[in-house]
Design a protein around this ligand. Structure first.
Ligand code: GYE
Length: 362
């Protein structure tokens, strides 16, 4: 394989005997079961996954495992970092030692990758970033990124809220919003939080509190419980993923609130991101009012990049996935929102029905 050859060339260019790992004979000493990158037609992929914090993540892991299966010609070395960057750095170093053909990284946060990605580059192993982005000083440290436009997601959700409030005759200053943020420093958090912060300024909404729920149901519930103890005027909960929304809904209901879109009559509106099956089921029942899609099915997208690289073709370095927005009803039929690329796109709002949920893969 090209990268293998490149890697060996780089190794042979190093001063003899100084580079531990380059000389090791095969991936068989690195724990892979079937010889990995040494077998002629098998491509070895080391995938460092963030963790298993959400339904989105579960769907993402399943997509990667289904795609990079032995039947499809791959040896996948999967590492679950349990939401810790240091575990991801260790995993990447192990992949380098194992001389994988490709490193795929779903980074927990954006910063802190320069050193280890330089090590991968020095070893001649292409790195593909998936889902969240990395913020590195040298863009040549990764070959390609594929994921969502998180900033556009935040903008879409907020444009929806603004149009909804206008349609219902709710004054901007009467929207008392709490933001249960994702993992701080993750692109998904940064984009969704920035979208809200900008809309708060633009429309004059009241941002009551902003606190991380770490993209988990348990933390989402805990944060909502504490916010309800400190504030009695909350009427919109902006949850940065579905699992936080599930936790927030539990906390709201346990505290005696009714979740729903009838803000004028005391209901608390829950907004969410991801649009997983469970998230859309809560839209169907009215517990979540609006859910902005974030597509986790990246396995085939990463594979397409690898296939192109194998064929010696160029790949676009940044690849954004198209995404939609779902709501409980058609109060707002479409939104116009700015993307990260600076253009404005129109997105039709899909009203959730059981057929919509049944027709989706995650
Ligand atoms: O929204 C959340 C997950 O990075 C897009 O991570 C991903 C986010 C997703 O934990 O549910």
């Amino acid at each position: 394989m090209k990268k293998k050859v490149l890697s060996l060339l780089l190794c042979s260019m190093m001063v003899m005997g100084t580079l531990v790992g380059c000389g090791s004979s095969s991936s068989s000493d690195g724990g892979t079961s079937d010889g990995g990158s040494d077998s002629g037609d098998t491509i070895t992929v080391g995938f460092s996954q963030v963790g298993a914090e959400s339904d989105w993540r579960t769907a993402n892991t399943a997509s990667m495992k289904e795609t990079f299966s032995e039947d499809n010609g791959y040896t996948l070395i999967f590492d679950d970092a349990q939401q810790k960057q240091e575990n991801q750095i260790t995993a990447i170093r192990n992949f380098i030692q194992q001389e994988v053909d490709y490193i795929v990284l779903a980074p927990v946060t954006e910063t802190g990758w320069d050193t280890v990605l330089q090590e991968a580059k020095d070893a001649g192993i292409p790195v593909i970033i998936v889902d969240r982005m990395v913020d590195v000083s040298d863009d040549s440290l990764y070959t390609a990124w594929v994921g969502s436009d998180f900033r556009a997601e935040g903008n879409k959700a907020c444009e929806w809220l603004n149009s909804f409030a206008e349609a219902k005759g709710i004054a901007a200053s009467d929207l008392n919003i709490v933001d249960i943020q994702g993992t701080i420093g993750a692109s998904a958090q940064i984009g969704r939080t920035e979208g809200l912060n900008d809309a708060v300024k633009k429309y004059g909404w009241n941002l009551v509190a902003q606190q991380t729920g770490e993209f988990t149901q348990a933390k989402g519930q805990e944060v909502m419980e504490s916010l309800l103890k400190q504030n009695d005027n909350i009427n919109v909960v902006y949850c940065e993923n579905d699992n936080e929304a599930f936790g927030a809904i539990d906390a709201l209901e346990a505290a005696g609130y009714t979740v729903g879109d009838d803000i004028a009559n005391g209901e608390v509106m829950v907004m969410s991101f991801d649009s997983t099956n469970a998230g859309l089921t809560d839209v169907l029942s009215g517990k979540i009012t609006v859910n902005t899609e974030c597509n986790p099915l990246h396995g085939p997208r990463v594979e397409e990049i690898i296939k192109k690289l194998e064929a010696g073709e160029d790949v676009d370095q940044l690849q954004y996935v198209d995404e939609s927005i779902f709501a409980v009803d058609d109060t707002v039929t479409s939104v116009e929102a700015e993307t990260s690329l600076g253009d404005t796109s129109k997105y039709d709002v899909t009203v959730v029905t059981q057929d919509v949920i049944d027709g989706r893969a995650y």
